[in-house]
Design a protein around this ligand. Structure first.
Ligand SMILES: Nc1ncnc2c1ncn2[C@@H]1O[C@H](COP(=O)(O)OP(=O)(O)O)[C@@H](O)[C@H]1O
Ligand SMILES: [Mg+2]
Length: 501
Protein backbone atom coordinates (compact mmCIF):
# COMPACT_ATOMS: atom_id res chain seq x y z
CA UNK A 1 0.00 0.00 0.00
CA UNK A 2 1.33 3.37 -1.01
CA UNK A 3 1.57 5.75 1.91
CA UNK A 4 3.79 8.61 0.80
CA UNK A 5 6.78 10.02 -1.02
CA UNK A 6 10.38 10.59 0.02
CA UNK A 7 11.30 14.25 0.57
CA UNK A 8 14.43 16.17 1.48
CA UNK A 9 17.92 14.76 1.55
CA UNK A 10 18.24 10.97 1.94
CA UNK A 11 21.18 8.88 3.16
CA UNK A 12 21.94 5.18 3.39
CA UNK A 13 20.76 5.20 6.99
CA UNK A 14 17.71 7.43 7.02
CA UNK A 15 15.11 9.30 4.99
CA UNK A 16 11.98 11.36 5.51
CA UNK A 17 8.70 11.35 3.67
CA UNK A 18 5.37 13.14 3.31
CA UNK A 19 2.26 11.14 4.03
CA UNK A 20 -0.21 10.61 1.22
CA UNK A 21 -3.67 11.88 1.96
CA UNK A 22 -5.77 9.23 3.65
CA UNK A 23 -2.76 7.16 4.77
CA UNK A 24 -2.19 9.06 8.02
CA UNK A 25 -3.58 6.35 10.28
CA UNK A 26 -1.11 3.78 8.96
CA UNK A 27 1.96 5.83 9.67
CA UNK A 28 2.95 5.39 13.28
CA UNK A 29 6.07 4.93 15.36
CA UNK A 30 7.70 1.49 14.87
CA UNK A 31 5.76 0.81 11.67
CA UNK A 32 7.69 -0.90 8.86
CA UNK A 33 7.86 0.89 5.51
CA UNK A 34 9.51 0.07 2.17
CA UNK A 35 11.09 2.08 -0.66
CA UNK A 36 12.97 1.06 -3.80
CA UNK A 37 16.72 1.53 -4.13
CA UNK A 38 17.42 3.94 -6.98
CA UNK A 39 19.81 1.79 -9.06
CA UNK A 40 18.84 -1.83 -8.41
CA UNK A 41 15.18 -1.36 -7.63
CA UNK A 42 15.58 -3.59 -4.59
CA UNK A 43 13.04 -3.23 -1.79
CA UNK A 44 14.58 -1.51 1.19
CA UNK A 45 12.96 -1.85 4.58
CA UNK A 46 12.84 0.88 7.15
CA UNK A 47 11.14 1.56 10.43
CA UNK A 48 9.44 4.80 11.43
CA UNK A 49 11.41 6.14 14.37
CA UNK A 50 9.94 9.60 14.77
CA UNK A 51 7.28 11.83 13.31
CA UNK A 52 7.85 15.57 13.30
CA UNK A 53 4.94 17.81 12.50
CA UNK A 54 5.19 21.42 11.46
CA UNK A 55 2.64 23.87 10.17
CA UNK A 56 3.72 26.56 7.78
CA UNK A 57 0.97 28.77 9.09
CA UNK A 58 2.35 28.35 12.62
CA UNK A 59 6.14 28.68 12.32
CA UNK A 60 8.37 28.85 15.38
CA UNK A 61 8.56 32.59 14.93
CA UNK A 62 4.79 32.90 15.24
CA UNK A 63 4.40 35.73 17.72
CA UNK A 64 2.66 34.74 20.91
CA UNK A 65 0.58 37.87 20.86
CA UNK A 66 -1.08 37.07 17.56
CA UNK A 67 -4.57 35.59 17.49
CA UNK A 68 -5.34 32.62 15.26
CA UNK A 69 -8.57 33.96 13.84
CA UNK A 70 -10.37 31.96 11.17
CA UNK A 71 -7.51 30.46 9.16
CA UNK A 72 -7.83 26.78 8.30
CA UNK A 73 -4.77 25.29 9.96
CA UNK A 74 -4.90 21.83 8.35
CA UNK A 75 -3.90 23.33 5.06
CA UNK A 76 -0.35 24.13 6.08
CA UNK A 77 0.37 21.08 8.21
CA UNK A 78 3.04 18.48 7.37
CA UNK A 79 3.68 15.49 9.57
CA UNK A 80 7.04 14.15 8.45
CA UNK A 81 7.93 10.61 9.49
CA UNK A 82 11.64 9.95 9.97
CA UNK A 83 12.65 6.48 8.87
CA UNK A 84 15.63 4.45 9.98
CA UNK A 85 16.77 2.20 7.14
CA UNK A 86 17.07 -1.47 8.14
CA UNK A 87 18.29 -2.78 4.78
CA UNK A 88 17.30 -5.07 1.95
CA UNK A 89 16.85 -8.83 2.15
CA UNK A 90 20.22 -10.43 1.54
CA UNK A 91 21.48 -13.97 1.98
CA UNK A 92 21.87 -13.60 5.72
CA UNK A 93 19.18 -11.26 6.85
CA UNK A 94 19.10 -7.57 6.13
CA UNK A 95 21.99 -5.78 4.44
CA UNK A 96 22.64 -2.05 4.40
CA UNK A 97 21.87 -0.68 0.90
CA UNK A 98 24.74 0.25 -1.41
CA UNK A 99 22.93 2.77 -3.57
CA UNK A 100 20.90 5.73 -2.43
CA UNK A 101 17.21 6.38 -2.29
CA UNK A 102 15.85 9.05 -4.59
CA UNK A 103 13.86 11.94 -3.19
CA UNK A 104 10.40 11.53 -4.62
CA UNK A 105 10.53 7.73 -4.38
CA UNK A 106 7.25 6.08 -3.45
CA UNK A 107 6.99 4.86 0.16
CA UNK A 108 4.86 1.82 0.86
CA UNK A 109 3.72 0.05 3.97
CA UNK A 110 5.83 -3.11 4.10
CA UNK A 111 3.78 -6.19 3.24
CA UNK A 112 2.94 -8.64 6.00
CA UNK A 113 4.34 -11.41 3.80
CA UNK A 114 7.69 -9.68 3.48
CA UNK A 115 8.01 -9.24 7.23
CA UNK A 116 6.89 -12.79 7.83
CA UNK A 117 9.46 -14.10 5.39
CA UNK A 118 12.31 -12.12 6.91
CA UNK A 119 11.47 -13.11 10.45
CA UNK A 120 10.65 -16.71 9.63
CA UNK A 121 12.52 -19.40 11.56
CA UNK A 122 12.52 -23.15 11.41
CA UNK A 123 9.56 -23.93 13.68
CA UNK A 124 11.25 -27.05 15.04
CA UNK A 125 14.22 -25.06 16.27
CA UNK A 126 12.83 -21.72 17.32
CA UNK A 127 10.99 -20.11 20.21
CA UNK A 128 7.80 -18.23 19.48
CA UNK A 129 7.88 -15.26 21.85
CA UNK A 130 5.23 -12.88 20.55
CA UNK A 131 4.23 -10.61 17.69
CA UNK A 132 5.56 -7.40 16.16
CA UNK A 133 4.21 -4.52 18.30
CA UNK A 134 2.66 -2.74 15.34
CA UNK A 135 1.41 -5.91 13.57
CA UNK A 136 -0.42 -8.39 15.73
CA UNK A 137 -0.56 -10.90 12.88
CA UNK A 138 3.19 -11.31 12.48
CA UNK A 139 4.83 -13.80 14.81
CA UNK A 140 8.31 -13.25 16.15
CA UNK A 141 10.46 -16.31 16.85
CA UNK A 142 14.01 -16.65 18.03
CA UNK A 143 16.46 -19.19 16.73
CA UNK A 144 17.10 -21.37 19.76
CA UNK A 145 20.51 -22.60 18.65
CA UNK A 146 21.67 -18.99 18.42
CA UNK A 147 19.89 -17.77 21.51
CA UNK A 148 21.37 -20.51 23.65
CA UNK A 149 24.83 -21.09 22.29
CA UNK A 150 25.61 -17.42 21.82
CA UNK A 151 24.00 -16.34 25.07
CA UNK A 152 21.36 -13.74 25.74
CA UNK A 153 20.50 -10.94 28.12
CA UNK A 154 17.08 -9.84 29.30
CA UNK A 155 17.37 -6.29 30.57
CA UNK A 156 14.76 -3.90 31.90
CA UNK A 157 13.72 -1.94 34.93
CA UNK A 158 11.82 -3.74 37.62
CA UNK A 159 8.24 -4.70 36.72
CA UNK A 160 8.74 -4.32 32.97
CA UNK A 161 8.22 -8.04 32.37
CA UNK A 162 11.66 -9.68 32.37
CA UNK A 163 10.77 -12.76 34.36
CA UNK A 164 7.52 -13.13 32.44
CA UNK A 165 9.45 -13.09 29.18
CA UNK A 166 12.00 -15.56 30.49
CA UNK A 167 9.04 -17.76 31.42
CA UNK A 168 7.83 -17.63 27.82
CA UNK A 169 11.27 -18.67 26.60
CA UNK A 170 11.36 -21.52 29.13
CA UNK A 171 7.96 -22.76 27.91
CA UNK A 172 9.24 -22.78 24.35
CA UNK A 173 12.46 -24.58 25.22
CA UNK A 174 10.54 -27.21 27.16
CA UNK A 175 8.41 -27.84 24.06
CA UNK A 176 11.68 -28.73 22.36
CA UNK A 177 12.63 -31.12 25.20
CA UNK A 178 15.44 -28.88 26.33
CA UNK A 179 17.55 -28.82 29.45
CA UNK A 180 17.36 -25.67 31.56
CA UNK A 181 18.74 -24.69 34.94
CA UNK A 182 17.25 -21.55 36.52
CA UNK A 183 18.93 -19.78 39.43
CA UNK A 184 15.91 -18.22 41.05
CA UNK A 185 16.66 -15.80 43.92
CA UNK A 186 12.99 -15.01 44.56
CA UNK A 187 11.44 -18.44 44.10
CA UNK A 188 9.22 -17.03 41.37
CA UNK A 189 9.71 -19.81 38.84
CA UNK A 190 8.11 -22.56 40.95
CA UNK A 191 4.84 -22.15 39.06
CA UNK A 192 6.59 -23.24 35.87
CA UNK A 193 7.18 -26.69 37.23
CA UNK A 194 3.90 -28.00 35.91
CA UNK A 195 4.85 -31.54 35.30
CA UNK A 196 6.67 -33.59 37.94
CA UNK A 197 8.26 -35.75 35.31
CA UNK A 198 10.03 -32.92 33.57
CA UNK A 199 10.77 -30.43 36.31
CA UNK A 200 12.75 -30.48 39.54
CA UNK A 201 12.81 -27.84 42.21
CA UNK A 202 15.67 -27.77 44.68
CA UNK A 203 16.05 -25.41 47.58
CA UNK A 204 18.09 -24.59 50.66
CA UNK A 205 15.58 -25.87 53.19
CA UNK A 206 13.24 -28.84 53.23
CA UNK A 207 13.32 -32.17 51.46
CA UNK A 208 14.63 -31.51 48.01
CA UNK A 209 17.84 -29.87 49.03
CA UNK A 210 20.59 -28.57 46.86
CA UNK A 211 23.72 -30.65 47.51
CA UNK A 212 27.19 -29.44 46.75
CA UNK A 213 30.24 -31.70 46.62
CA UNK A 214 32.81 -30.43 49.12
CA UNK A 215 35.58 -31.47 46.76
CA UNK A 216 34.30 -28.95 44.21
CA UNK A 217 34.73 -25.98 46.54
CA UNK A 218 37.94 -23.99 46.42
CA UNK A 219 39.41 -22.30 49.47
CA UNK A 220 38.09 -19.01 48.11
CA UNK A 221 34.57 -20.44 48.05
CA UNK A 222 34.86 -21.35 51.72
CA UNK A 223 36.17 -17.88 52.44
CA UNK A 224 33.16 -16.46 50.69
CA UNK A 225 30.79 -18.71 52.64
CA UNK A 226 32.40 -17.96 56.00
CA UNK A 227 32.38 -14.19 56.37
CA UNK A 228 34.40 -14.15 59.62
CA UNK A 229 37.22 -16.38 58.38
CA UNK A 230 40.56 -14.88 59.44
CA UNK A 231 43.72 -15.10 57.35
CA UNK A 232 45.41 -17.75 59.57
CA UNK A 233 42.21 -19.81 59.48
CA UNK A 234 42.10 -19.48 55.72
CA UNK A 235 45.71 -20.59 55.37
CA UNK A 236 45.07 -23.56 57.61
CA UNK A 237 41.95 -24.49 55.66
CA UNK A 238 43.85 -24.27 52.42
CA UNK A 239 46.55 -26.59 53.72
CA UNK A 240 44.06 -29.10 55.10
CA UNK A 241 41.99 -29.19 51.91
CA UNK A 242 45.16 -29.84 49.97
CA UNK A 243 46.14 -32.65 52.28
CA UNK A 244 42.70 -34.27 52.31
CA UNK A 245 42.40 -34.24 48.55
CA UNK A 246 45.57 -36.30 48.39
CA UNK A 247 43.88 -39.05 50.41
CA UNK A 248 40.29 -38.83 49.15
CA UNK A 249 38.59 -38.58 45.77
CA UNK A 250 35.41 -37.43 47.46
CA UNK A 251 34.78 -36.33 51.00
CA UNK A 252 32.25 -34.49 53.06
CA UNK A 253 32.68 -31.90 55.78
CA UNK A 254 32.87 -34.52 58.51
CA UNK A 255 36.29 -35.48 57.13
CA UNK A 256 37.44 -31.90 57.49
CA UNK A 257 36.07 -31.81 61.04
CA UNK A 258 37.89 -35.08 61.79
CA UNK A 259 41.22 -33.74 60.54
CA UNK A 260 40.73 -30.60 62.55
CA UNK A 261 40.05 -32.55 65.70
CA UNK A 262 43.11 -34.77 65.17
CA UNK A 263 45.14 -31.68 64.54
CA UNK A 264 43.76 -30.20 67.74
CA UNK A 265 44.85 -33.30 69.67
CA UNK A 266 48.30 -33.29 68.07
CA UNK A 267 48.74 -29.65 68.95
CA UNK A 268 47.62 -30.22 72.50
CA UNK A 269 49.61 -33.39 73.22
CA UNK A 270 52.37 -33.97 70.74
CA UNK A 271 52.59 -37.75 71.42
CA UNK A 272 49.26 -38.49 69.65
CA UNK A 273 49.74 -41.17 66.97
CA UNK A 274 46.56 -43.21 66.48
CA UNK A 275 44.73 -40.81 64.14
CA UNK A 276 43.56 -41.43 60.60
CA UNK A 277 46.01 -39.02 59.03
CA UNK A 278 49.81 -39.32 59.13
CA UNK A 279 50.98 -37.74 62.35
CA UNK A 280 54.13 -36.29 60.80
CA UNK A 281 52.07 -34.19 58.38
CA UNK A 282 49.71 -33.14 61.13
CA UNK A 283 52.61 -32.29 63.47
CA UNK A 284 54.22 -30.11 60.87
CA UNK A 285 50.96 -28.26 60.26
CA UNK A 286 50.30 -28.05 64.01
CA UNK A 287 53.62 -26.35 64.55
CA UNK A 288 52.53 -23.42 62.42
CA UNK A 289 49.12 -22.69 63.91
CA UNK A 290 47.72 -21.77 67.27
CA UNK A 291 45.23 -23.93 69.14
CA UNK A 292 42.68 -21.10 69.02
CA UNK A 293 42.85 -20.97 65.23
CA UNK A 294 42.17 -24.70 64.98
CA UNK A 295 39.26 -24.43 67.40
CA UNK A 296 37.78 -21.44 65.62
CA UNK A 297 38.00 -23.10 62.21
CA UNK A 298 36.37 -26.22 63.66
CA UNK A 299 33.39 -24.20 64.84
CA UNK A 300 33.05 -22.49 61.47
CA UNK A 301 33.21 -25.75 59.54
CA UNK A 302 30.64 -27.17 61.98
CA UNK A 303 28.34 -24.30 61.11
CA UNK A 304 28.58 -25.15 57.41
CA UNK A 305 28.00 -28.81 58.15
CA UNK A 306 24.76 -27.94 59.91
CA UNK A 307 23.37 -26.32 56.79
CA UNK A 308 23.04 -29.80 55.29
CA UNK A 309 23.96 -28.62 51.81
CA UNK A 310 27.43 -30.06 51.46
CA UNK A 311 28.25 -33.72 50.97
CA UNK A 312 30.77 -35.99 49.30
CA UNK A 313 29.20 -36.48 45.89
CA UNK A 314 26.96 -33.47 45.37
CA UNK A 315 23.76 -33.91 43.40
CA UNK A 316 23.89 -36.50 40.64
CA UNK A 317 24.55 -34.72 37.37
CA UNK A 318 21.32 -36.07 35.88
CA UNK A 319 19.40 -34.40 38.68
CA UNK A 320 20.66 -31.07 37.35
CA UNK A 321 20.93 -31.47 33.61
CA UNK A 322 18.86 -33.92 31.66
CA UNK A 323 16.98 -33.72 28.39
CA UNK A 324 13.43 -32.50 28.80
CA UNK A 325 14.10 -31.19 32.29
CA UNK A 326 13.58 -27.78 33.86
CA UNK A 327 15.69 -27.55 37.00
CA UNK A 328 14.87 -24.72 39.37
CA UNK A 329 17.40 -23.78 42.04
CA UNK A 330 15.18 -21.88 44.44
CA UNK A 331 17.50 -19.56 46.33
CA UNK A 332 14.79 -17.58 48.08
CA UNK A 333 15.91 -18.87 51.48
CA UNK A 334 19.59 -18.33 50.84
CA UNK A 335 21.56 -15.22 51.67
CA UNK A 336 23.80 -13.55 49.13
CA UNK A 337 26.90 -15.55 49.99
CA UNK A 338 25.18 -18.89 49.92
CA UNK A 339 23.40 -18.03 46.67
CA UNK A 340 26.71 -17.16 45.14
CA UNK A 341 28.19 -20.45 46.29
CA UNK A 342 25.33 -22.40 44.74
CA UNK A 343 25.73 -20.55 41.45
CA UNK A 344 29.49 -21.09 41.47
CA UNK A 345 29.35 -24.78 42.36
CA UNK A 346 26.56 -25.64 39.91
CA UNK A 347 27.91 -23.60 37.00
CA UNK A 348 31.40 -24.98 37.46
CA UNK A 349 30.05 -28.49 37.65
CA UNK A 350 27.90 -28.11 34.55
CA UNK A 351 30.63 -26.38 32.57
CA UNK A 352 33.19 -29.05 33.44
CA UNK A 353 30.75 -31.85 32.72
CA UNK A 354 30.14 -30.44 29.26
CA UNK A 355 33.78 -29.72 28.66
CA UNK A 356 34.62 -33.35 29.23
CA UNK A 357 31.37 -34.68 27.86
CA UNK A 358 32.96 -37.69 26.26
CA UNK A 359 34.70 -38.77 29.44
CA UNK A 360 33.44 -40.32 32.65
CA UNK A 361 31.44 -37.87 34.71
CA UNK A 362 30.69 -35.78 31.64
CA UNK A 363 27.30 -34.94 30.22
CA UNK A 364 26.04 -35.30 26.67
CA UNK A 365 23.24 -32.80 27.23
CA UNK A 366 23.71 -29.18 26.09
CA UNK A 367 22.07 -26.90 28.59
CA UNK A 368 20.80 -23.38 29.15
CA UNK A 369 21.61 -21.58 32.39
CA UNK A 370 19.31 -18.76 33.42
CA UNK A 371 20.67 -16.37 36.02
CA UNK A 372 18.16 -13.94 37.51
CA UNK A 373 19.48 -10.86 39.33
CA UNK A 374 22.65 -11.39 37.34
CA UNK A 375 24.19 -8.13 38.58
CA UNK A 376 24.64 -9.85 41.95
CA UNK A 377 26.51 -12.79 40.46
CA UNK A 378 28.47 -10.97 37.76
CA UNK A 379 28.86 -7.49 39.23
CA UNK A 380 30.89 -4.78 37.61
CA UNK A 381 34.01 -3.49 39.26
CA UNK A 382 33.65 -4.92 42.77
CA UNK A 383 37.26 -5.76 43.53
CA UNK A 384 37.23 -5.70 47.34
CA UNK A 385 35.79 -9.20 47.48
CA UNK A 386 36.76 -11.87 45.04
CA UNK A 387 33.59 -12.62 43.17
CA UNK A 388 33.86 -16.30 42.37
CA UNK A 389 30.58 -16.44 40.49
CA UNK A 390 31.69 -13.67 38.18
CA UNK A 391 34.73 -15.69 37.21
CA UNK A 392 32.73 -18.76 36.19
CA UNK A 393 30.04 -16.71 34.45
CA UNK A 394 32.73 -14.91 32.45
CA UNK A 395 34.19 -18.25 31.52
CA UNK A 396 30.84 -19.61 30.36
CA UNK A 397 30.11 -16.38 28.47
CA UNK A 398 33.46 -16.68 26.70
CA UNK A 399 33.74 -20.43 26.12
CA UNK A 400 30.27 -21.87 26.69
CA UNK A 401 29.43 -21.87 22.99
CA UNK A 402 32.09 -24.49 22.25
CA UNK A 403 30.67 -26.82 24.85
CA UNK A 404 26.95 -26.26 24.48
CA UNK A 405 26.46 -24.30 27.68
CA UNK A 406 24.25 -21.28 27.09
CA UNK A 407 23.80 -18.39 29.45
CA UNK A 408 20.82 -16.11 29.91
CA UNK A 409 21.43 -13.19 32.22
CA UNK A 410 18.47 -11.28 33.59
CA UNK A 411 18.93 -7.94 35.31
CA UNK A 412 17.18 -4.72 36.28
CA UNK A 413 20.51 -3.02 36.90
CA UNK A 414 22.34 -3.35 33.57
CA UNK A 415 24.67 -0.62 34.71
CA UNK A 416 25.94 -2.88 37.49
CA UNK A 417 26.67 -5.84 35.22
CA UNK A 418 30.14 -7.00 34.32
CA UNK A 419 30.96 -5.70 30.84
CA UNK A 420 32.72 -8.92 29.78
CA UNK A 421 29.65 -11.01 30.51
CA UNK A 422 27.20 -8.50 29.02
CA UNK A 423 29.13 -8.01 25.79
CA UNK A 424 29.25 -11.77 25.20
CA UNK A 425 25.46 -11.96 25.16
CA UNK A 426 24.70 -11.88 21.46
CA UNK A 427 20.94 -11.60 21.72
CA UNK A 428 19.41 -8.80 23.74
CA UNK A 429 15.82 -8.65 24.85
CA UNK A 430 15.44 -5.17 26.20
CA UNK A 431 12.30 -3.84 27.79
CA UNK A 432 11.41 -0.54 29.43
CA UNK A 433 14.45 1.25 30.84
CA UNK A 434 14.22 4.82 32.06
CA UNK A 435 17.49 5.26 33.94
CA UNK A 436 19.92 7.12 31.62
CA UNK A 437 23.06 5.50 33.03
CA UNK A 438 21.61 2.02 32.40
CA UNK A 439 20.72 3.05 28.85
CA UNK A 440 24.14 4.50 28.19
CA UNK A 441 25.93 1.47 29.60
CA UNK A 442 23.97 -0.94 27.39
CA UNK A 443 24.68 1.20 24.34
CA UNK A 444 28.39 1.17 25.12
CA UNK A 445 28.67 -2.50 25.96
CA UNK A 446 26.50 -4.07 23.30
CA UNK A 447 27.39 -3.60 19.67
CA UNK A 448 23.93 -4.23 18.24
CA UNK A 449 22.20 -1.74 20.51
CA UNK A 450 22.22 1.59 18.71
CA UNK A 451 21.40 5.10 19.78
CA UNK A 452 17.90 5.02 18.29
CA UNK A 453 17.06 1.77 20.09
CA UNK A 454 18.16 3.25 23.39
CA UNK A 455 16.04 6.31 22.76
CA UNK A 456 12.92 4.13 22.46
CA UNK A 457 13.43 2.26 25.73
CA UNK A 458 11.59 4.64 28.10
CA UNK A 459 8.44 4.54 25.98
CA UNK A 460 8.00 0.75 25.96
CA UNK A 461 5.07 -0.53 27.92
CA UNK A 462 4.93 -3.59 30.16
CA UNK A 463 5.34 -6.75 28.11
CA UNK A 464 6.91 -4.92 25.20
CA UNK A 465 10.50 -5.59 24.20
CA UNK A 466 13.01 -4.71 21.56
CA UNK A 467 14.83 -7.79 20.40
CA UNK A 468 18.18 -7.43 18.69
CA UNK A 469 21.09 -9.72 17.95
CA UNK A 470 21.99 -13.05 16.54
CA UNK A 471 18.81 -15.02 17.28
CA UNK A 472 16.71 -12.75 15.03
CA UNK A 473 17.30 -11.41 11.51
CA UNK A 474 16.45 -7.80 12.25
CA UNK A 475 15.79 -5.76 15.36
CA UNK A 476 12.07 -5.69 16.07
CA UNK A 477 9.77 -4.26 18.70
CA UNK A 478 7.86 -7.22 20.08
CA UNK A 479 4.73 -7.63 22.12
CA UNK A 480 5.57 -10.66 24.24
CA UNK A 481 2.92 -13.39 24.07
CA UNK A 482 0.80 -14.57 26.98
CA UNK A 483 2.21 -17.21 29.28
CA UNK A 484 0.85 -20.73 29.29
CA UNK A 485 2.11 -21.67 32.73
CA UNK A 486 1.53 -20.04 36.10
CA UNK A 487 3.24 -16.72 36.61
CA UNK A 488 5.16 -16.06 39.82
CA UNK A 489 6.28 -12.79 41.33
CA UNK A 490 3.03 -11.00 40.49
CA UNK A 491 2.57 -7.44 41.65
CA UNK A 492 0.74 -7.39 44.96
CA UNK A 493 -2.53 -5.47 45.13
CA UNK A 494 -1.54 -3.58 48.25
CA UNK A 495 -4.62 -1.41 48.66
CA UNK A 496 -6.82 -4.41 47.90
CA UNK A 497 -5.11 -6.42 50.66
CA UNK A 498 -5.65 -3.63 53.19
CA UNK A 499 -9.31 -3.48 52.35
CA UNK A 500 -10.21 -7.15 52.20
CA UNK A 501 -11.39 -9.03 55.27
N1 LIG B 1 3.83 -9.92 28.32
C1 LIG B 1 3.07 -9.80 29.43
N2 LIG B 1 1.75 -10.05 29.39
C2 LIG B 1 1.00 -9.94 30.49
N3 LIG B 1 1.46 -9.61 31.72
C3 LIG B 1 2.76 -9.34 31.84
C4 LIG B 1 3.64 -9.43 30.70
N4 LIG B 1 4.87 -9.12 31.13
C5 LIG B 1 4.78 -8.87 32.43
N5 LIG B 1 3.52 -9.00 32.88
C6 LIG B 1 3.08 -8.81 34.27
O1 LIG B 1 3.77 -7.69 34.78
C7 LIG B 1 4.22 -7.93 36.11
C8 LIG B 1 5.72 -7.74 36.23
O2 LIG B 1 6.37 -8.67 35.39
P1 LIG B 1 7.73 -9.39 35.80
O3 LIG B 1 8.07 -10.31 34.71
O4 LIG B 1 7.66 -9.97 37.17
O5 LIG B 1 8.69 -8.12 35.81
P2 LIG B 1 10.27 -8.05 36.11
O6 LIG B 1 10.78 -9.44 36.17
O7 LIG B 1 10.82 -7.27 34.97
O8 LIG B 1 10.39 -7.31 37.40
C9 LIG B 1 3.77 -9.33 36.46
O9 LIG B 1 2.58 -9.23 37.22
C10 LIG B 1 3.51 -9.97 35.13
O10 LIG B 1 2.52 -10.95 35.21
MG1 LIG C 1 11.74 -10.44 37.73
Amino acid sequence: MEIGQVIGTTSLRTFRFVIKEGAEKHVKRDEFVSVRESVTGREILGIVKDIVTSNELLPDEFGRDMRLGDIILNEGEYPVPIVKILGYEGENGLEIPRYGIKPGAVVELTNDETLRRILEQDAAKSAYIGTISTRASIPVSLSLNDLISRHCAVLAMTGAGKSYTVGVIIEEIMKKHGSIVVFDPHGEYRGMAVNDSDSCIYSIEGDNRIKIAVRSLHTGDFANLIPDLTDPQRDLLDELLNMISRFYEEYDLSVLTKVLSELYDVKKASDKTDGQFPSDILSSIARKVGLATIGALMRRVGRLENMGLFDAKGMPLEAIIRRNQLTIMDLSEADERLSETVVVAMCRRIFNARKSHEKKGGSSVPTFLIVEEAHNFAPRGVEDRVVMSRAILRKIAREGRKFGVGLCIVSQRPNKLDADVLSQCNTQIIMKIVNPSDQEYIRQSVETVTEDIVRDLPSLSRGEAIVVGSAIRMPVPVKIRMRETTVGGEDIDIVGAWNSD
